[in-house]
Design a protein around this ligand. Structure first.
Ligand SMILES: Cc1ncc(COP(=O)(O)O)c(C=O)c1O
Length: 386
């Protein structure tokens, strides 16, 4: 059976060039980058070179990039580290948007037990935050505002520039989860004005198990993982040189093809949207009509017009070889409707009848046509059963 992968927002396959670049560091070059002998120095040099390559792509200083185990750790570090450090200086409030990844939302919620007040910034029907609502929530007790660059379920790109401008008026820190935008949108740390951003290599054809937190020089933040003095005392634990090389290589390669790929994916997304709208009158397209990532298309079947079981849709697509999801990989299978779709005002049933297509470098027009016709079959089948 034909197998078509349309879940690139969950993860991407490793680029063969990335694998090739990593291999030497799984074999001969194995030293611990903290060791002072020649094996260690050799590993350290490669680790620092990887950091520099990443910093160059995103427009940060080398000493602002810290390796983590991935996006989840980077988000946890940003939220908990800033909130705890802020609380000691009388800033015990944080604000996170309602459509943040659970790595941010759950990290924020866990802080309530420490006496930190967490406020949720709502979104409109397109999943977009309103900087004026943010302004009304900010005070001189706010330590942190966390608003993601673009959402992983619906692709909406947030008005970060305004978020930064408004937040800076009270001297609070801005964290942005850029896990879905690295390699997809131009990321320039300094120009964006944010204080922290989170990256994850496996979202742009790099290896799983490595990411980074980028922290503006001078930002006061408590460490999350303590132990040795690695990563300039910011994040303890022996670094993986091989993964760092993979991360840097994948980011550079993604940067090189970014314009061409986002144009190509925009065209495919447009075609898929038109095909689906003509097959399913009244189909709901989730996310902002213009401010949206080119590779994510989230659709919902309105529960009144199409009383369908969402899980049956995903399973039916899988049986036809098409890998899609109802939302985030982290929440699928959890029976809970997506918090993102609920925050946008979708009712619970409609939120559950959602499919997210996320396209990637290997996606072709033929794949899109196949997926669209598979969905027609699946909807007919699920409809006739219910
Ligand atoms: C927006 C966003 N943030 C954070 C994460 C978590 O990243 P990781 O899988 O590297 O822990 C993901 C992954 O799904 C994501 O999409």
């Amino acid at each position: 059976m034909k197998r078509i992968y349309l879940d690139h927002s969950a993860t991407t396959p490793l680029d063969p060039l990335v694998l090739e670049a990593m291999v030497p560091y799984f074999q001969g070059i194995f030293g611990n980058a903290s060791s002072v002998h020649s094996f260690g120095r050799e590993a350290r040099a490669v680790l620092e070179e990887s950091r520099e390559r990443i910093a160059r792509v995103i427009g940060a200083r080398n000493d602002e990039v810290f390796f983590t185990s991935g996006g989840t750790e980077a988000d946890n570090y940003a939220v908990k580290g800033i909130a705890r450090s802020g609380a000691r200086r009388g800033r015990n409030r944080i604000i996170v948007s309602a459509i943040e990844h659970h790595a941010v939302i759950h990290a924020a919620e866990s802080l309530r037990a420490e006496g930190i007040q967490v406020e949720i910034l709502s979104v409109d029907q397109y999943g977009m935050v309103d900087p004026e609502e943010l302004r009304s929530k900010l005070s001189d007790q706010t330590a942190l505002v966390s608003v993601m660059h673009a959402n992983n379920e619906i692709g909406t790109i947030q008005p970060l520039r305004e978020v930064v401008e408004v937040t800076k008026s009270v001297g609070a820190v801005v964290h942005s989860d850029t896990v879905q935008t690295a390699g997809k949108l131009p990321l320039r740390f300094r120009e964006m004005g944010v204080d922290l951003l989170a990256l994850s290599a496996h979202k742009f054809y790099g290896p799983k198990g490595i990411g980074a937190i980028v922290i503006r020089k001078g930002t006061l933040i408590d460490p999350l993982i303590v132990g040795g003095s690695q990563e300039s005392n910011r994040r303890a634990g022996t670094e993986s040189v091989a993964l760092a090389v993979g991360f840097a290589t994948a980011l550079e390669l993604s940067q090189n093809v970014m314009d061409q790929e986002s144009h190509r994916m925009g065209e495919l997304r447009g075609k898929l949207t038109r095909d689906l709208l003509s097959s399913f009158p009244g189909l709901l397209i989730n996310g902002h009509p213009q401010q949206v990532l080119a590779h994510i298309l989230s659709i919902s079947f309105d529960s009144v017009t199409y009383p369908l079981d969402g899980d049956a849709l995903i399973m039916g697509m899988d049986l036809r070889g098409v890998a899609v999801t109802s939302g985030s990989a982290c929440t699928s299978g959890s029976l809970q409707p997506s918090h993102v779709l609920r925050a946008m005002g979708r009712d619970e049933k409609t939120a559950k009848s959602t499919i997210r297509f996320s396209l990637g470098r290997g996606t072709t027009e033929e794949d899109i046509n196949y997926a669209a016709s598979a969905l027609k079959e699946v909807v007919n089948m699920v409809n006739s059963r219910s």
